[in-house]
Design a protein. Structure first.
Ligand SMILES: Nc1nc2c(ncn2[C@@H]2O[C@H](COP(=O)(O)OP(=O)(O)OP(=O)(O)O)[C@@H](O)[C@H]2O)c(=O)[nH]1
Ligand SMILES: [Mg+2]
Length: 326
């Protein structure tokens, strides 16, 4: 098990060991995280999300350049990078972000889905705690898609950048996936491609419509005077770095904005709640199943399934309804 002090003093090897324990779902990781948690809560966590192949990794690579100019220590967690579009896979991401491989102030880690226990969201959160405790000022999480599960990028990051590309339909898709609500900064990447301006305008219109509908409902309530962040839209070329400085500045501006209002504290609380709920789910589920299995009812129902008196689906329903009555 890595030394806690080595992690806290930012030693890369100790950090890498901790992340490995998390990935392997080693019980030692749980104990380690308990000790690290009090030292976390200082990083600015950015989520970069968008469809496969929109250029998230390339953009992050360019963002690192900008953040390094500001002397920030950065960690990147690339979540489940397995898109078929770009050839996917962990190796691809490492290659794309390789120019920072020798910079000791940059830590890039890919994490693959294990499809078990709280899934990738919890593993990602665990890894973010390690990087946070190690003293990385900025943590960037790259994920494909947002708003699809109960515990996802909005529960992991303070600020969310949604990446799209120029071209018909992509803006519409964004809305369809219901992620318009989730984004703090919208990025039209691959600005070298045709129709960039059109996609920009399309997004702009959609965001204005959303803002308009919100204002209408807010005027009748006392919250109308509450200062809120207006989502920004930016155009970038991740390959040349065009517009990426503005993007880095906008992320920092958003963080600053949150810190000056109640938004940051509210967000932190939401993030903690989600993590706690995910942990609770993971820890209780096995216990409950084990408990149910010791009951006479379980045995009786099992017999009925075997004699085909009842189907397993109705049986599962019946059992959970009768045993768990809170
Ligand atoms: N023309 C152009 N190509 C770009 C730009 N940004 C990225 N690309 C290319 O788009 C392809 C996909 O880029 P990635 O950075 O791997 O995209 P991604 O969103 O991380 O992909 P996944 O992680 O697989 O979902 C690569 O071939 C990049 O070189 C850009 O601004 N302009
Ligand atoms: Mg990628």
């Amino acid at each position: 098990m890595p030394e806690i002090n080595d992690i806290l003093s930012g030693k890369a090897l100790a950090g890498a060991r901790a992340i490995r324990l998390i990935e392997e779902n080693d019980p030692k990781a749980f104990e380690l995280l308990k000790q690290l948690y009090p030292h976390s809560g200082n990083s600015f966590i950015i989520g970069i999300t968008g469809s496969p192949g929109v250029g998230k990794s390339t953009l992050i690579d360019s963002l690192i350049v900008e953040f390094r100019k500001l002397d920030k220590k950065i960690a990147v967690i690339a979540v489940d990078p397995s898109s078929p579009v770009s050839g996917g896979a962990i190796l691809g991401d490492r290659v794309r972000m390789q120019k920072h491989a020798t910079d000791k102030n940059v830590f890039i880690r890919s994490m693959a889905s294990r499809g078990e226990k709280g899934g990738l969201a919890r593993t990602t959160k665990d890894a973010a705690i390690v990087f946070d405790a190690m003293g990385y000022e900025i943590i960037i999480i790259e994920t494909v898609g947002a708003g699809q599960t109960q515990f996802d990028i909005k529960d992991l990051a303070h600020s969310i950048g949604i990446v799209t590309n120029p071209g018909a339909g992509d803006g519409i898709q964004t809305v369809k996936a219901g992620i318009l609500e989730t984004g703090d900064i919208f990025i039209v990447n691959k600005s070298d491609k045709p129709d960039c301006e059109q996609t920009f305008q399309q997004l702009n219109m959609m965001l204005n419509m959303k803002a308009g509908s919100k204002t209408n409902t807010a005027t009748s309530s006392k919250t109308s005077s509450k200062i809120t962040w207006t989502p920004k839209i930016l155009k970038t070329n991740a390959q040349t770095g065009d517009g990426v400085k503005e993007l880095a500045d906008t992320f920092l501006e958003h963080f600053d904005f949150m810190g000056k209002s109640t938004a940051l504290t509210t967000k932190q609380k939401e993030m903690e709640n989600s993590y706690f709920n995910a942990l609770l789910k993971d820890l209780t589920i096995n216990k409950i199943v084990e408990f149910i299995k010791t009951s006479d009812k379980y045995r009786a129902v099992l017999k009925k399934i075997q004699s085909r008196e009842i189907d397993p689906l109705s049986a599962a329903q019946l059992l959970t309804d009768t045993i768990i009555k809170i």
